[in-house]
Design a protein around this ligand. Structure first.
Ligand code: 2AM
Length: 180
């Protein structure tokens, strides 16, 4: 079985800007530069045959480029955050692609967890159940207006995730163009 997910890789200048916003984070584990992405569908552990089927279907997907914008930081988990993330804003085509990919994965017999799609880029993760310090609140307040100019993305990718003690390593298994 292979742990896998579908995501949109981000342009280098966006990654650099997100890396800069991670600086000064007083606690939590910052997501490594190479691991910053916009997840579309988390696939979980997938067998080789289902992965092949999925790849064949994804290779036939025709969709155009998508314009994205990063606008603001937010937390999953509130006062006891699980993660800090950058909000991604887009037109309806992002949600349409996400829905389509999720259905494609289900048709390939992949048991995709049912979760509302909140477009985001995870920037840091926190120890479960732990609170955060005043320093962390100051960090958030100082970056309250964080936003980046809009940018276009021209592909999405199938990633594998290998879990190690010091964090996951993501590898691109295949790429699919968003060029219409
Ligand atoms: P996250 O960034 O909000 O944690 C690879 O793990 C990607 O798949 C991450 O971007 C992660 O989202 C997403 N994902 C969604 N559901 C997941 C789950 N149950 N376990 C691990 N990652 C998940």
């Amino acid at each position: 079985m292979t742990r896998a997910f579908l995501a949109i890789p981000l342009p280098d200048d966006v990654i650099d800007a997100l890396t800069r916003v991670q600086q000064g984070l007083p606690e939590g584990r910052a997501v490594a530069h190479d691991n910053l992405h916009l997840t579309l569908v988390f696939l979980g552990d997938v067998g080789a045959e289902a992965l092949e089927d999925l790849h064949d279907t994804l290779s036939a997907v025709r969709a155009g480029p998508i314009t994205l914008r990063i606008d603001g930081l937010d937390l999953f988990g509130g006062e006891r955050p699980r993660s800090l993330w950058a909000r991604v804003v887009a037109g309806p085509e992002l949600g349409a692609l996400q829905t389509r990919l999720e259905s494609t994965a289900r048709r390939a017999k992949i048991d995709v967890p049912r979760r509302r799609f909140v477009p985001h880029v995870t920037l840091a993760r926190f120890r479960p159940g732990g609170g955060v310090s005043d320093g962390f609140h100051r960090y958030l307040v100082d970056r309250a207006g964080f936003a980046l100019p809009a940018f276009d993305v021209h592909r999405f990718s199938l990633y594998t995730s290998t879990l190690y003690e010091d964090g996951p390593v993501y590898d691109v298994l295949a790429e699919y163009p968003l060029t219409g």
